[in-house]
Design a binder for this molecule. Structure first.
Ligand SMILES: C[S@@+](CC[C@H](N)C(=O)[O-])C[C@H]1O[C@@H](n2cnc3c(N)ncnc32)[C@H](O)[C@@H]1O
Length: 265
């Protein structure tokens, strides 16, 4: 099953190697950096927790769980033109109805440049319209089927540390796909709440140790140059995977990047 959204850094191209490593036992699937949750939609686990710091993303999933047909109908009523896109983009952050906001989120995601999510200083979505290559909108049948896969999932908007701490139990499997860390986070110029810094990486490593200590399982994919020195622990297994990565979201910066998959099982 295809995910509902386009998303920068989506794991869609890596589904084949990821399917191989998934634990066979009936564990609770937890994805703390879910984005478009490509692996979740591919696997459709019965029990799942999807979390992300992006509140608009989680509002969309939440509306898809409770009112899928309305999200589909409202978003499909909008015209896929630049002027309609710019109008919706202007209105989305002041929209009071969570349902309408979710439908706008979907419409913008389907028509924006490279499936990026970026906001300005005032928290307003500012990704340009894409004239081409955004792909077709999902049919009603595909959309509703993907929404029904969300029925067994709890969706939460929070920082990764909280969702990990709240689910430290032996029957949990954590799939972690954090953003690449930036060297120096600039608090005054970096408005992006999803930006990931060195301190976040250190918090993440502490979380991985806690997952391991709780007897739970994890698999994490990460930039090879960082993962090698950061994540190597004696009892953790590492393998290299190559991914065509859309660096910084710009097409001309696409290249093959090496990622390391680290697992504690
Ligand atoms: C590489 S993307 C995940 C892509 C996902 N695997 C997919 O298939 O689409 C990383 C995600 O981490 C989220 N994120 C960034 N910082 C976070 C934080 N501190 N806690 C939780 N999520 C965060 C971003 O909003 C983004 O959706």
């Amino acid at each position: 099953m295809r995910p509902l959204l386009r998303w920068a850094g989506s794991k869609r191209q890596l589904l084949a190697p990821l399917r191989e490593i998934l634990p066979r036992d009936d564990l609770i699937y937890i994805e703390p950096f879910c984005g478009s949750a490509a692996l979740f939609f591919d696997q459709r686990p019965k029990r799942a927790v999807l979390a992300d710091i992006n509140a608009d993303l989680i509002n969309f999933y939440s509306a898809c769980k409770s009112r899928p047909l309305e999200v589909f109908e409202i978003s499909n009523r909008l015209k896929r033109t630049k002027s309609e896109y710019l109008d919706v983009r202007k209105r989305v952050s002041s929209e009071k109805s969570k349902l309408t906001r979710a439908a706008y989120f979907y419409f913008l995601n389907r028509n924006c440049f490279n499936g990026l999510y970026r906001t300005n200083k005032q928290g307003m979505f500012n990704v340009p319209f894409s004239e081409s290559r955004t792909g077709r909108m999902l049919s009603e049948e595909e959309f509703l089927a993907a929404c029904s896969a969300l029925k067994g999932a709890r969706v939460i908007s929070c920082d990764f540390e909280r969702v990990i701490e709240d689910n430290l139990k032996a029957e949990a499997f954590f799939f972690l796909d954090p953003p690449y860390a930036v060297k120096h986070r600039q608090p005054f110029t970096d408005y992006n709440s999803e930006a990931f810094g060195q301190a976040d990486l250190r918090r993440l490593l502490t979380c991985l140790k806690a997952i391991d200590d709780a007897g739970a399982k994890f698999a994490i994919t990460y930039d090879a140059s960082v993962a090698e020195r950061f994540l190597l622990r004696r009892a953790w297994h590492q393998s290299e995977i190559t991914v065509r990565r859309n660096i910084a979201g710009f097409a001309d910066a696409r290249r093959n990047a090496s990622e390391i998959l680290t697992m504690n099982f």
